[in-house]
Design a protein around this ligand. Structure first.
Ligand code: NAP
Length: 346
């Protein structure tokens, strides 16, 4: 039996801000019969995770592309792989049966033909909604948890600043910091997001960075006693301003550099004398480095979810056709929380 399979691809490499015209939705035929003896699995995708790092894979060249296997370049007109949740429709692997619900690295398509090794986990008995496994209980949650606790080694009462604080990783990093007992200020790109940070997530304060003409003085206003920990999602000018306002022995967890992904001419140049004399620890990291703490992270986060102390922010659009706008929207601040595309009903 064959199905018609819609697949989202890029037409060419993308060197700056992504646009609808960079994408195409192709329709292909896919056989649902597997080659006898293969361990392939065919998955019908239910939810696809939309992540900013994919932009660096879509470029003709990026320093990230050779760093680790999942940052490998994406070839125009070929299927784009990314984390997704789907239902098994055919399996040559004894580990997976038809109708198993699985999370793994599939493709931006209605159906994905994958090797069994692409499947990370079965989610048949998930206590929480499936989508949580793409965000709060998945790699984004792990990024926030590992970046804050493992890199920043927080102490209660410390002053924490989080950028892109209404996004998927940022909203969690900010809440972990608050739950731990820190003083937390977040920034985001609209007044609506600022209200959400203060009133729904309970941060001590928040501001709209787009309304600030001088980021260094803005941070001085919000942190008159200086910043101990900066959880950086954006890089660029905000990193420079944060370094200027850090206290001695401050820690900066560099999770991502949103403001630099679509602007090849923009690279943060923090005052290195500050880095030396304040003895700052500025460290980049990947969630994949912290798979050893995944069980602790899931256990702690699940407890917070059960007790209602942690708010999960999700932003879900429906239909594979919404993939281009969902992805593009990340670079314009359209999303609040984890961006996901729902491809099919459970
Ligand atoms: P997200 O924060 O949910 O979405 C991206 C947000 O970035 C947007 O909503 C927007 O919010 C902000 N933004 C967009 N363009 C910007 C610009 N030019 N300057 C400042 N802010 C901008 O995305 P996410 O998935 O949680 O990822 C957040 C960061 O973490 C990204 O840098 C990502 O690459 C990184 N990340 C790293 C790891 C890791 O393992 N190290 C894992 C996952 C994600 P505003 O309205 O606030 O502008």
């Amino acid at each position: 039996m064959e199905v018609s399979n819609k697949v989202a691809v890029i037409k060419n490499h993308i060197e700056d801000t992504p646009k609808e015209s960079h994408f195409e939705l192709k329709t292909e035929n896919l056989s649902l019969s597997l080659v006898p003896g293969s361990d392939d699995v065919i998955v019908k995708n239910l939810y696809i995770s939309i992540d900013p790092y994919q932009i660096n894979r879509m470029k003709s060249h990026s320093s990230s592309q050779k760093a680790i296997y999942f940052a490998a370049p994406i070839t125009p007109n070929q299927a784009i792989d990314g984390v997704a949740i789907g239902k098994v429709v055919a399996s040559g692997s004894p580990r997976f049966q038809k109708d198993d619900v699985v999370v793994g690295v599939f493709t931006w398509a209605e159906y994905s033909l994958v090797k069994e090794a692409s499947i990370i986990n079965k989610l048949d008995h998930s206590e929480f909604p499936l989508t949580y496994h793409l965000g709060i209980l998945g790699f984004n949650g792990l990024s926030a948890y590992a970046g804050f606790f493992e890199l920043c080694k927080p102490k209660k009462g410390e002053k924490v600043f989080v950028s892109a604080a209404s996004g998927s990783v940022g909203s969690l990093a900010a809440q972990y910091a608050k739950l731990f007992g820190c003083y937390v200020v977040g920034c985001a790109g609209s007044q609506k997001k600022v209200e959400l940070l203060k009133h729904k997530l309970g941060l001590d304060d928040a501001f709209n960075y787009r309304e600030e003409t001088d980021l260094k003085s803005a941070l001085k206003r919000y942190f008159p006693e200086g910043i101990d920990i900066y959880f950086d999602n954006v890089g660029g000018d905000m990193l420079e301003a944060a370094v200027d306002n850090m206290n001695a022995f401050g820690r900066v967890a560099v999770c991502g550099v949103m403001s630099e992904y679509t602007d090849p001419g923009k690279r943060a140049a923090p005052d290195m004398l500050n880095v030396v004399y304040k003895r700052l620890n500025i460290r980049g990291f990947l969630a994949a480095d912290f798979l050893n703490i995944f069980p602790d992270f899931v256990s702690c986060t699940s407890d917070h979810l059960r007790s209602g102390k942690l708010q999960n922010l999700e932003d879900i659009s429906s239909g594979l056709d919404t993939i281009p706008s969902a992805f593009i929207g990340l670079f314009h601040g359209d999303n609040i929380g984890k961006k996901i595309v729902k491809v099919a009903e459970q």
